[in-house]
Design a protein around this ligand. Sequence first.
Ligand SMILES: [Zn+2]
Length: 252
Amino acid sequence: MSIEVQDIDSVFHISEPWYIERCVFDEEKECLHCYISFRKGATFSCSNCGQEHQKVYDIADHNRTWRHLNFFEYPCYIHAELPRTECINCGKIHRVHVPWAIKRRSNFTLLFDAWIIAMAKDMPMSAISRLVKEHDTQLWRILHYYVDQAIAVQDLSHVTMIGTDETSAKKGHNYVTIFMDLKKKNVIHVTKGKDSSTWEECKKHLESHGGSSEKVRYQRCRWICPLLLLREQQKTFPMQPLPLINSTSFRL
Ligand SMILES: [Zn+2]
């Protein structure tokens, strides 16, 4: 049985020309479905070049669905017809951007993404997956997307102290080396392996984000490095090795 939910517009903050056509609670499946439409004659910005006031060309998807936050303890889904515009400026036909989601191919709303990221700071993804009733593979994709975005605009010009640690990424001997900014206590780079080439990778990453290996004065390694590895590190970064630290206080 389905129950119509009335006057719920202010809860979702849907902006014009979009509006909530109806909201239905599915008692059997225990979830809320919110159907959103756009005003007749509405125009949209071109999602390719940003040209404003483009007319609707056609409907690319008649039931595009996004997972939204929970409504009380029940999952909520947003449904909408997704229009395309044919741009007078760039001539491209593109699906419009909807205000409740920023990733074109994602099946999650922006607020759902924010919810997952907030929980991921304190909870394992498997527990979040059980809580929100979504597969953890999908949730990892959300996290990867925002981490990649953050890394792309990372400014490492301030970095003068780097620490390292190595850990196994999976069962077995799939090691990754983690490089940390010891002053800001942030992870600045993670790379596969644990040999001397990881230092060269770190140097490349540092210098491609405004940093300089010449400015890095100190390093601390959790484990005592083999002599050859240590020499390679010193070749890459002209710095003094210091005693080990406990890396658990760094944000990954
Ligand atoms: Zn355009």
